[in-house]
Design a protein around this ligand. Structure first.
Ligand SMILES: CC(C)(COP(=O)(O)OP(=O)(O)OC[C@H]1O[C@@H](n2cnc3c(N)ncnc32)[C@H](O)[C@@H]1OP(=O)(O)O)[C@@H](O)C(=O)NCCC(=O)NCCS
Length: 183
């Protein structure tokens, strides 16, 4: 699926563009996810866990997403540079096609500017128009108060907790919170 370019104004007055990435952005996206994975304890992988994932793999991921009827990626660009993205997967099996899953990651330098809210607004509006979708779901890791605040602002509610899902380098465990929003 493709989201055509849309200009938005961020909290600090900076202009940004929301759009689906092109395959030519693959290296920038891979660099972003590697950096983001090291900037926060709230993504499910460390940068090392991406070892072996290449620019070609990222290119294929972007290409498959653009062609797919079940997946959409909306990225945020500032001055031509991708700073974060949000994706939704509309599940296609008969027993799960009433649900869609959302993921999001933004580079630390750009947190708290309203980018997450802007991408969520668009993704939720698209999901609301998507035939058959009744439930949006997402997960966040223990301690991610910014993420939780964003998700609650958009009407998501925690409905289940899985204990000790991640174990950090220092031995600390994180529970995983599963949220849903009925649309
Ligand atoms: C979580 C994340 C997606 C949020 O995106 P964002 O662009 O920073 O979010 P926004 O600026 O749109 O909104 C953040 C909200 O959280 C609030 N907030 C910020 N820090 C907070 C804190 N410590 N406690 C509670 N609320 C907080 C902000 O005030 C804002 O609410 P408001 O719009 O009502 O003022 C982004 O910070 C991120 O990518 N973090 C690292 C990776 C990650 O956690 N991904 C999600 C995995 S589930």
């Amino acid at each position: 699926m493709i989201f055509e370019a849309k200009e938005i104004n961020l909290k600090n007055g900076i202009k940004a563009i929301l759009k689906t990435p092109e395959t030519t952005d693959a290296k920038m996206f891979l660099d972003n996810i590697l950096t983001a994975s090291g900037e926060t304890e709230f993504l499910s992988r460390y940068p090392e866990d991406w070892e072996g994932f290449t620019v070609a793999d990222e290119e294929k991921w972007i290409c498959d997403n653009r062609k797919s009827e079940n997946n959409l990626v909306i990225a945020c660009y500032i001055d031509g540079k991708a700073v974060g993205s949000c994706d939704i997967t509309f599940f296609k099996d008969m027993k799960s096609s009433h649900r869609a899953g959302i993921g999001i990651a933004i580079r630390k330098e750009y947190w708290n500017m309203g980018i997450g809210s802007a991408m969520f607004r668009e993704i939720i509006e698209i999901a609301e128009k998507h035939r058959g979708t009744e439930i949006l779901e997402l997960e966040y890791l223990e301690g991610n108060e910014r993420g939780k605040a964003l998700y609650e602002k958009f009407g998501f509610k925690t409905v289940a907790v899985k204990p000790k899902i991640c174990k950090l380098r220092d031995g600390t465990y994180q529970d995983l919170f599963y949220m849903q929003k009925e649309i």
